[in-house]
Design a protein around this ligand. Sequence first.
Ligand code: SF4
Length: 462
Amino acid sequence: MSENNSPFIDTSVFDLFKIGPGPSSSHTIGPMKAAGHFLAVLKQIPATELAKATDIKIELYGSLSLTGKGHGTDRSIVGGLLGWEPENCDCAALSRLLSSPDEKYYVHIGAKAFALSSSSIDFGNSRDGSIWQNTMVLKLMTGNMTMLEKEYYSVGGGFIKCKDDDSASGVSANEPFFKYNTMNGLKDILKKNNIRLSDLILKNEAAISGMSEDDVQKRLDRIITVMCDAVSRGINTEGILPGPIKLARKAPALYRRAGKMGDSPDRFLAFLNSYALAVSEENAAGHRVVTAPTSGSAGVVPAVVYLLRHHFFMLNHEIAEGLLAAASVGFVARHNASISGAEVGCQGEIGVASAMAAALVTYVNGYSTRIVENAAEIALEHHLGMTCDPVDGYVQIPCIERNAVGAIDAYNAYLLASIGDPHKQKVTLDDVIKAMLETGRDMSSKYKETALGGLAACSICC
Ligand code: SF4
């Protein structure tokens, strides 16, 4: 099920922790990146050829078609074709795109200008021969004839692939310094080289990205800042989230109540819940978050990061080491199974996010790699089988509260692993990732981000 054909893990930390607009990495960030790639392809076409083109058409299939409106897939593709990029686009402007059916947006390439509007986008059924749930086809037309067509797949966490064009994935051609593809393999390398987990991931990141280790650290600082900014905005923003459910934000009220709890033992949990809700509500509002590993699950890791910074007063460089440890868990989950709700259900999103956050908090507290692995395993084990069934196709119910539950589970998994006997842990992280993949394969497509079953079938809203 993994889309990664490489025999070893060669994913960049900053492809896992990606900055971009909510609400969905696979339905918002991935499509924007695909549209940006298509724009770059169009810019390579000779002017004489381009002169014959009349318009651009977009077709969405599978889960992108079924829940694309709720996730802003159509707006993201238009934004990408306008040259906007996930990390620095104006999120408010993005949320206004296509708000009027008659509004036109112009894609300028050389002397040509192609008009885009709601009618440029076709929400299709299924694509014959497409191997991925989330398929989008972008076409350059001359009248009714297709001049150029590119088929893209949004494979989870904002990662994309293009049929017959490897340049779309943005994967580095550089090899990692240390080659591994499972947690067991990673542990062997750590032992043989007597190197810390965060140092290994840092060295690999420098090799894969070509960045200096200093620049990797600076980039991690930026990731921490964006994560914490999302928490700060979320705990200070009241109101109703976009969409037909009319869901009210809860994070500010919970944060205020947590602040009034005095010495209550519940205070700590209330704060952690409020931080996870805060980021998830920001994500649902289409504001800027960091995929960790996806946007739907973007509240779990930042909640723990914010907790470590503001309650345990940890420094950025300590938290950055924890993020590198968390990344190792995300990497093996993605490489050997999937982090896409459309592929394996929510176990691949909130489950993996919770495992990453458990690894983070365990690592920064100085525990061994074995205990870090155990914490991640415990967190993921208890999310096995979790379906993805967002009500009305919006990343709100169950997603927002599920992030809070995932953050609390992460902290609890850290406690269970760190106070237990690490040698008595029977299930490895690799085992539970394999179980997640098998469970995902057996899961009905109704429960894989199609909004056709489970909670999504309830008439909760409107
Ligand atoms: S239910 Fe889980 S996997 Fe599905 S959209 Fe929500 S957070 Fe993502």
